[in-house]
Design a protein around this ligand. Sequence first.
Ligand SMILES: *[C@@H]1O[C@H](CO)[C@@H](O)[C@H](O)[C@H]1NC(C)=O
Ligand SMILES: *[C@@H]1O[C@H](CO)[C@@H](O)[C@H](O)[C@H]1NC(C)=O
Ligand SMILES: *[C@@H]1O[C@H](CO)[C@@H](O)[C@H](O)[C@H]1NC(C)=O
Ligand SMILES: *[C@@H]1O[C@H](CO)[C@@H](O)[C@H](O)[C@H]1NC(C)=O
Ligand SMILES: *[C@@H]1O[C@H](CO)[C@@H](O)[C@H](O)[C@H]1NC(C)=O
Ligand SMILES: *[C@@H]1O[C@H](CO)[C@@H](O)[C@H](O)[C@H]1NC(C)=O
Length: 398
Amino acid sequence: MFQTIIYLSAALVVVQAQDLGVPLSWKNFSNSRPYDERVSIAQTAIDTILPQLDNSTGEFSGNDGVPGIGYWQSGNVFSVMAIQDWLADTTTNKALVEDNLELVWGLWENYDQYGYNDDAMWWAQAAIYAYRAYGSATLLQHAIDTWTHVSNYVLTADEASSGSSPYKDVSLVATCDGKSMVGGVFWRPVEDDPGMNSITTGLYITLSAFLADITGDSKYTDAAIQSAQWIQALQINDDGILLDSLNGNNCSRSPATWLFTYNSGKFIEGLSVLANVTSNDTWNDLMVNVLASAVKSSAWEGADGIITEGASLTSNNDGVGFKAIFIRGLLEAWNRNPLYDDLRVLIHSYVDVQYNALLTQVEDGGSYSPDWNGPAQNFTTWGQMAALDPLTVAIATN
Ligand SMILES: *[C@@H]1O[C@H](CO)[C@@H](O)[C@H](O)[C@H]1NC(C)=O
Ligand SMILES: *[C@@H]1O[C@H](CO)[C@@H](O)[C@H](O)[C@H]1NC(C)=O
Ligand SMILES: *[C@@H]1O[C@H](CO)[C@@H](O)[C@H](O)[C@H]1NC(C)=O
Ligand SMILES: *[C@@H]1O[C@H](CO)[C@@H](O)[C@H](O)[C@H]1NC(C)=O
Ligand SMILES: *[C@@H]1O[C@H](CO)[C@@H](O)[C@H](O)[C@H]1NC(C)=O
Ligand SMILES: *[C@@H]1O[C@H](CO)[C@@H](O)[C@H](O)[C@H]1NC(C)=O
């Protein structure tokens, strides 16, 4: 059941002063573990998932008869492995990251195994993090080629005014809720699907902004800005949280209750880089507003601040991967705002809430439950995958 609810508040959200205070109801929001120990905890957690790696597909399988984590989440394991080396100034994961990103590039054109632009960009984003950590020009080129491919599926001004795209066999709208649809990114490359969503567009913003930062080429900056404007105008609700999907043929929306951490998280990441590249405060103000709302949202956490999304103990699910992406987004806001103390204290505290929750329920020294409220549970590939980002991000944010 889709609803057509109109959100007009994006402009207001930008100018509201944000409360960056740390809620005192958050549980256990500081941590005194030294740097070396944080590095070791995170690398041990990575090592614990590696036996599940299928070296012929680059994907992570399940254990004890339950499924693995599938394609998009597998790409994200390589992302966090590269981020781990970048933050720890090591090359522990380099060979596995580079070999598997090359392997998967060879298996699936433009990193797109199933016909989804977001899938392609999860892997391209992993290639960007790997480039940042290790400097491989080959992997950078894979990211650029994926960006060029996905750019076909960004609605242009000409396509909006003609109501058609050479890549779609359905008619397209120029506006929804009176706002331009230009810059929205189609979820899928297939001709008969006019769906756009925040994650595909947020990934495109992030990829564009990183490529702008790396290459200095303004075509990437322009692309990031155009797509950021689409999210700003159409995809942020009254509470400052990102919505999910919007149909490019008839403006129908995903239910207003579809609030997932990763939509806000990916936008926070992309805007952090975009603000840094452009030195335009508009983007940092918007980022800070979304971040301050998202870390305090009752959509996915209680008063204790511990994220409850995707906590199933019995099956892999997308939600468990969402919260990892959210925490990763906070890392980029941290990285790009070294002098913004209030923001950094908030990020530090929020990450430590998740970090301490995980460390309280670790099993056998290295396995983490998908339910961050615990109790401890034996290894599952999805629970382990989700824990990797908070454990690695906490290296930087403490
Ligand atoms: C894949 O390689 C990694 C690293 O060498 C290893 O830990 C893992 O057991 C291998 N997986 C398989 C299925 O061979
Ligand atoms: C919009 O199109 C989708 C299919 O693309 C359909 O499922 C939905 O019912 C349509 N909504 C409206 C309001 O027409
Ligand atoms: C900053 O970005 C906003 C939004 O795109 C734009 O309106 C404004 O002109 C930009 N400012 C500068 C100094 O470029
Ligand atoms: C950009 O980010 C870097 C860290 O990556 C930071 O040192 C610098 O101050 C930022 N610059 C601006 C203009 O935001
Ligand atoms: C805080 O987190 C640590 C793990 O880092 C845990 O050992 C400790 O018991 C937690 N304290 C409280 C009061 O929950
Ligand atoms: C994990 O598995 C071991 C061996 O089967 C068992 O002894 C232990 O109780 C399990 N731990 C949890 C938290 O389920």
